[in-house]
Design a protein around this ligand. Structure first.
Ligand SMILES: Cc1cc2nc3c(=O)[nH]c(=O)nc-3n(C[C@H](O)[C@H](O)[C@H](O)COP(=O)(O)OP(=O)(O)OC[C@H]3O[C@@H](n4cnc5c(N)ncnc54)[C@H](O)[C@@H]3O)c2cc1C
Length: 402
């Protein structure tokens, strides 16, 4: 698998996979056949980095299949949009995750037993062969199959009884597609915190069955617990109303900001060209702990290449926004008034950039743009996925896919 962090590799992988996104995907997607796999798209790193949009993925797939043939794949893409919209409306979940993760990390320093158990898990030394295999695969490749993520999270929480936020942090530090919404909410889903009381239990029989075509043979997972009691939390996460930007571009010269979740100008289909491209990659904001090489390199390369490509396409200069720089100073040096930024969703991308962008937003010098699919879907992402699932045909219709 070629994981080059640029748009042309993303488009190539999309063209290669799209013919298989119909019934073949639906019937084979649950099998983890190891790193040479082709039964799932593996598009998530490029989707997360905004080198490819959900709209482009759906358009390519729906040229090969009807919406009903590709229903399973289409609905997976909508899970991604749903989780983004859900976190946007429940931002305290992200804040609580960060606080609880920091407390759990501090606790490791005070508790030698838990520190040992944590180290064994992240270094793949628990003695549960399948789990240890996935821990190493994650660190070495920066990717895990969806089913492996579910089994891994379940074993972490219910068999090893480790704090779920530390597992989510381990994923976020190593996944090339590490995403505040999909990662946090999927971990919460496994733990029984997302759909309250409903947990996911990893079973040896299920792992054996769905890893039967693995190059190492079916993966062993001896000694798994047979119980997965839902975790509980002592706080509510009230829903806040969405406050979506209207997305109108400002009149005059503007700078386009490319960041970890929007590293390419191409999916944005801008009506007016920018006068400057600003690149701001912040992969280290994912965690207080060091970020894995695969995840870090993917993010840095995606933004660096995206900036070069945008600057060539619009024949304008580009600049790297260093950690200490004030965006006002960058704008002043280039005689530019406004910044246009692809939407900064709740999570570490926003946490790392917003404090410096807020003064611009307060003086009406920042415009955020949001893809139409998110604008249509997020209002349905208030609670469970069922509302989004029901709305998919109408959303596809409005988006011109009927
Ligand atoms: C514990 C756990 C943590 C996860 N963390 C992340 C994460 O940090 N970032 C991330 O992008 N996905 C995450 N996922 C969701 C899912 O595992 C990956 O999106 C998927 O495995 C990516 O591989 P793919 O591109 O081959 O997916 P495909 O099966 O080809 O699906 C196509 C696309 O649909 C989306 N998608 C598929 N399944 C899901 C799902 N369950 N939730 C949200 N979107 C989905 C992805 O964008 C994916 O690229 C997590 C799942 C679990 C159980």
């Amino acid at each position: 698998m070629d994981w080059t962090a640029d748009r042309s590799t993303a488009l190539r992988r999309l063209q290669e996979f799209a013919p298989d996104a119909g019934r073949r995907y639906a019937s084979s997607r649950n099998h983890d056949t190891g790193p040479g796999r082709s039964n799932v798209s593996q598009l998530s790193p490029w989707l997360h980095a905004g080198l490819l949009s959900e709209r482009e993925v759906l358009a390519a797939v729906l040229t090969h299949h009807s919406p009903s043939q590709a229903e399973k794949f289409v609905s997976e893409v909508f899970w991604r949009i749903y989780f983004k919209g859900f976190l946007e409306q429940h931002p305290s979940i992200w804040r609580a995750y960060c606080d609880d993760r920091d407390a759990a990390l501090a606790d490791l320093d005070d508790n030698a037993g838990r520190r040992t158990a944590y180290n064994e898990a992240v270094e793949g030394r628990t003695g549960i062969a399948a789990f240890d295999h996935w821990a190493r695969e994650l660190v070495e490749t920066g990717y895990l199959h969806n089913h492996a993520r579910m089994w891994f999270a379940s074993i972490w929480i219910f068999t090893l009884k480790l704090d779920w936020t530390l597992g989510a942090d381990f994923f976020l530090r190593h996944l090339m597609d590490g995403d505040a919404a999909s990662n946090t909410l999927n971990w919460r889903w496994v733990a029984g915190l997302h759909t309250k009381g409903k947990t996911y239990l990893a079973r040896q029989g299920n792992i054996t069955r769905y890893t039967s075509d693995h190059p190492e043979g079916s993966l062993e997972a001896d000694g798994l617990t047979s119980e997965a009691p839902a975790l509980e939390e002592d706080r509510d996460h009230p829903r806040r109303d969405l406050d979506l930007p209207d997305g109108d571009l400002p009149q005059g010269r503007y700078a386009l900001l490319l960041h970890d979740e929007a590293a390419s100008h191409a999916p944005l289909a801008l009506e007016q060209p920018p006068a400057l491209v600003i690149g701001a990659a912040r992969p280290d904001a994912r965690s207080p702990l060091p970020i894995g090489d695969k995840a870090r390199d993917f993010a840095l390369q995606a933004v660096a290449k995206g900036v070069v490509s945008a600057s060539e396409a619009f024949e304008c200069p580009s600049v790297d926004w260093g950690h200490g720089d004030r965006p006002e100073d960058i704008l002043q040096a280039q005689e530019i008034d406004y910044v246009v930024a692809p939407y900064l969703p709740v999570g570490w991308t926003r946490d790392s950039l917003w404090p410096r962008l807020e003064p611009l937003a307060n003086s009406d010098r920042l415009t955020q743009i949001l893809p139409e699919l998110a604008r249509q879907t997020w209002p349905e992402a208030r609670a469970g996925f069922y509302r989004v699932r029901k709305a998919i045909p109408d959303i596809l219709d409005t988006a011109g896919f009927s």
